[in-house]
Write a protein that binds this ligand. Structure first.
Ligand SMILES: [Zn+2]
Length: 636
């Protein structure tokens, strides 16, 4: 079947690993390139994972440079335009290269039948393209290009390392300052001229900045300034201009398969491709016996005569349906528009519903979608927005790429056999424990390392929660400290969930549970604390929290709307407490810290107090005992 560039990994299909070969087909494309600048600019307005934005920026690949016109001699073509990001190296151009797959390659060949025959024979024998091009493959076309500033005649070559379908399909080669051109020039003993100072061209091309040299009137100019100066000169001579280019290519959407939405076009001999009238949409797939891909470049649909042969919607003459279907990435580029409107049979999406629900507030997915699904969806949304069909121009306000869970330091893979089976853990520890553990492994957006020793900690947490819920008694007199603690934990968990910091939310719940467990053992746990603990735990361990909620006498569900606890910002604010610092039993200072500051932090701060440091006189204390919120005792 046919693959997009993005579906090819090292020359093989990413799914079935078959070797990919190149064939020429007529295809359908969507003009995403027209949106390149918009898609790039609007990234700045989105609250997305930075890593995803960077991948999109690189994929769109905006560059600033110049287009330069070279006159041609000895061939049918009169001239050719090339693009370069380094017009400052123009004087170092020593030859031109045309892409081997350029569809008008003939026109660049020396006007001589024998030469053209030789070039065609050479091209037909080319091995399939590989990831890392073979720079020894290339051929002199015999024609000449005229350097736009020096008038020098440069040879014109053809080689597969230049892509014939990208840009103008031709480049000016500057072997002194471009790695690939350098490799090609070395392989074919073409001249390498240094025009920017720096590096040693005997060993490698120098792609950095420097002073211009061997560049006529520009010598001595810093290369950064040289770019615009060379462009100016080209503009004066009508031989070039500044230009912005993008790496982004148009989106190939057609596939020669059975499964997929047929592209709604009818081909008429007189009218050409005619869109299927709206009232006849959608075009449904015909029932067929054999829907396997044919492998010949035509869709299996082409064999279904009664489906293919139709009347032209324009002139009524006999015509044929398009037999290609669209790729699944086209479907996934707008599924979120359909979700709120699945009960509408006559429209793709209802404008009012869509306006109410979209854009998507929070979208979580893998970064493997960064340059396909997420870019296509943005493009389709913008196109629909420009057509006046949706209000929002961007589909996803927030996007977070989730991390990956690895297993004892290694990426899990079926082929390596180090795959984790959750069922075994769920069987042994229960789904709540397993779920808690997964969320506790690391920050959600970073992933974590699964080492099963840690799962017991989550099991202990749930045992604590169980005891607290069972032993908590009705609330005694108002306890300011406990109330503040309760509000603080609600705020911590609340904030952490909003930030997808599930691991630290669970850590906060655990701290709360440890203290309540101690209080419960002493018969002093409050039921309001136990209830709060269950509510905070409910999103992470839904089963045990619901069970305990019921057992502790509640009629509703712990997951019911409105049960999420609220906090009072004033009460949740950490209190400042004064902690006394003693050395050998005498008070030598005090610390002003947030209530609840951990004992190791108290110890660290106490040891840096000037009076304490003076008494220690560079020695390590014999013993330090820090009691949270109370005192630090140091023995020297
Ligand atoms: Zn027609």
């Amino acid at each position: 079947t046919v693959l997009a560039d993005e579906q090819v990994e090292q020359g093989r299909c990413e799914r079935c690993h078959s070797v990919v070969e190149t064939r020429y087909l007529r295809q359908w494309w969507l003009k995403i390139t027209r949106y390149a600048q918009q898609l790039l600019d609007a990234l700045d307005t989105l609250d997305w994972s930075e890593s995803t934005k960077i991948m999109q920026r690189n994929w769109i690949g905006r560059s600033e440079g110049a287009t330069i016109l070279f006159d041609l001699e000895g061939c049918r073509r009169k001239d050719v335009t090339v693009y370069t990001t380094r017009p400052d190296t123009l004087y170092g151009a020593t030859f031109l290269v045309i892409g081997a797959d350029h569809h008008e390659l003939d026109d660049f060949v020396l006007d001589d039948r024998e030469k053209r025959g030789a070039v065609n024979a050479w091209r037909n024998r080319l091995p399939p393209a590989t990831e890392e091009p073979d720079f020894s493959v290339g051929m002199d076309l015999g024609s000449r290009a005229v350097h736009p500033l020096t008038g020098e005649r440069l040879p014109v070559w053809v080689a597969p390392y230049v892509l014939g379908g990208y840009g103008t399909g031709a480049i000016m080669a500057v072997p002194g300052h471009d790695e690939r051109d350098w490799a090609f020039a070395r392989a074919h003993t073409l001249p390498i001229v240094q025009v920017i100072s720096g590096g040693d061209l005997k060993g490698a091309a120098y792609a950095g900045e420097g002073l211009m040299m061997n560049s006529a009137g520009f010598d001595g100019l810093p290369s950064e300034d040289g770019r615009s100066r060379v462009i100016e000169k080209l503009r004066e001579r009508r031989r070039g201009d500044a230009s912005v280019q993008y790496k982004l290519r148009d989106w190939l959407i057609s596939r020669q398969r059975y499964w997929g939405p047929p592209i709604p076009i009818i081909h008429c001999a007189k009218d050409g491709p005619v869109p299927v009238p709206e009232e006849d949409l959608p075009v449904l797939l015909p029932e067929v016996e054999d829907f396997r891909p044919t492998g010949t470049g035509t869709s299996p649909l082409a064999t279904v005569d009664e489906w293919v042969n139709v009347r032209c919607p324009k002139c009524g003459e006999a015509a044929r349906r398009e037999t290609d279907v669209s790729d699944t990435f086209l479907d996934s580029s707008w599924y979120f528009l359909r979700y709120p409107s699945t009960d509408f049979d006559d429209v793709a999406f209802d404008p009012e519903r869509t306006a109410g629900w979209l854009p998507v507030d929070m979208y979580i997915g893998g970064n493997e979608h960064a340059v396909r699904h997420l870019l296509y969806a943005r493009f389709v949304m913008r196109a629909l927005h420009d057509l006046g069909l949706v209000d929002a121009a961007e589909p996803f306000t927030r996007f977070r790429a989730h991390g990956m869970i690895i297993l004892e330091g290694a990426k899990m893979s079926k082929s390596r056999g180090n795959v984790l089976n959750p069922d075994e853990y769920i069987e042994r520890y229960g789904a709540d424990t397993f779920r808690l553990f997964m969320m506790y492994l690391g920050p959600y957006t970073a992933g974590g390392d699964f080492r099963d020793a840690g799962i017991k900690g989550m099991s202990r947490l749930l045992n604590r929660v169980w005891r607290v819920a069972q032993l908590a008694t009705s609330d005694g007199p108002h306890d300011d400290r406990k109330e503040r603690r309760r509000h603080r934990h609600i705020k911590e968990v609340d904030d952490d969930i909003a930030q997808l910091h599930y691991n630290t939310a669970i850590a906060s719940i655990n701290t709360f549970a440890v203290e309540l467990d101690q209080e419960a053992a002493a018969g002093a746990a409050r039921s309001i604390d136990a209830d709060t603990l269950l509510k905070l735990l409910a999103p992470f361990a839904p089963f045990i929290s619901e069970e305990l909620w019921e057992r502790t006498g509640h009629d509703d569900s712990v997951h019911a709307r409105g049960t999420w606890p609220a906090y009072d910002a004033e009460l949740a604010r950490p209190q400042r407490v004064t902690v006394a610092v003693t050395v050998n039993g005498k008070v030598r200072g005090q610390l002003e810290v947030d209530a609840g500051t951990a004992s190791d932090e108290l110890e660290r701060q106490a040891l840096t107090l000037p009076r304490v440091a003076a008494l220690l006189d560079g020695n390590q204390p014999r013993k330090v005992v820090a009691v949270v919120d109370r005192i630090v005792n140091i023995v020297v």
